[in-house]
Design a protein around this ligand. Sequence first.
Ligand code: ARG
Length: 463
Amino acid sequence: MEKMWAGRFEKALNKEADDFNSSIHFDCKMYKQDIKGSMEHAAMLAACNIITEEESLQIIDGLQTVLNDIESGALPIDENAEDIHMFVEAVLTSRIGDVGKKLHTARSRNDQVALDLRLYLRDESKELLKLLYSIIETVTKKAEENADVIMPGYTHLQRAQPITFGQHLLAYAMMFMRDVGRVKDALKRMNYSPLGCCALAGTTYPTDRMMTAKALGFDGIMLNSLDGVSDRDYCVELMSAFSLIMMHLSRFSEEVILWSSWEFKFVELDDAYTTGSSIMPQKKNPDMAELVRGKTGRVYGDLMALLTTLKGLPLAYNKDMQEDKEAVFDSIETVKKCLSVFIPMIETMKPIPENMKKAAQNGFINATDLADYLVGKGLPFRSAYKTVGQIVGYCVQNKTILEDIPLEKYKEFDEHFSEDLYKAIDLQNCVNLRISAGGTGIESVKTQIAQVKEYLENEKGIY
Ligand code: ARG
């Protein structure tokens, strides 16, 4: 196919260079946004008397047939075209003749590609938001079902204090709520139209940029034409938000992997989300969680790739910027795929409360509560802490646990101990007593669940 810019050249582009230059195999994803943008541009050209109403309608109808035929498969994307923008325009002109050549008046591929990418990422991000709401819902439902299931809470991966499984799950709901906020924040900042910035300097035609911006659902126009064509901040912002989503999913995955191991056996993953081994018949591997953890590196890599691509670019458009798309497409597709598998994996994951409880009973997880008990009897916390440390040491030496030491023995350590100490170190009691806001007490967990539900309710209908 002859290049549209062939006019000033005497030779065709070298074949290998041509392939190297072509971006259609990835930017073809944006065909719908490209056509929509062109339709509004054509409507604006007529409204501003730059082309006639008749020409505009011909272009818009022609573009509609191109869109229909791409969607139905009747028009295969030509892999030899330079990019999706050139392809659509070439097909249009072949269908409606010379009028098609008027479409590119008062526009450049530089503002066109900037527009298409914003529109595409806006659509995709809204899909991603739905998945984020869905994971928040799923995690909260699981938390509700497990609001009173006792498990060990960890620091340094050492058993620390008893918590509920509900409390643990809700921590992830909070992370994903922040992720929603970040994506929405990026969406707000990116919702300004670059269309009409043209190559870099604007145009001599009397265009109406606000008209196309409004028609395409933008909140306004990019105020500076150089910035309009060279800004890719929104890609970086979105990819940063995606990286954080992956970081959260990866931490969650790591826990699911630990929990489903024989060493923990806190949960049983559904067969539909695990795989077997080719030689070890006993194996049930948490591959989905491992893959999500693994793909996190890839999403971070996409972010780094684009940041590095952009760092040395002079204004305005440079061909380096064609590299933005593969990175940002890969990033958003990876996050969406991960969430799509992760959500049902969590939905079908079965907790094993007996094992969680057993693990909580065997780690002196109630030692803080025993110290708090002594504080209640009038001891300063540091002294209570030291005494309980000695008692734990005694237990370790004598292979026993706090619950099993007789009262007389306790009294040898401190005379303030009396029969009520056993109630104080009862795990259920330890959990129930953590009544502080955001704590692991059942009431607090219920409050958090109500708060997440209220959040979801308020978010409904925003996107
Ligand atoms: N395929 C190009 C890209 O993705 C389109 C913009 C090309 N502009 C240009 N002046 N060569 O960035």
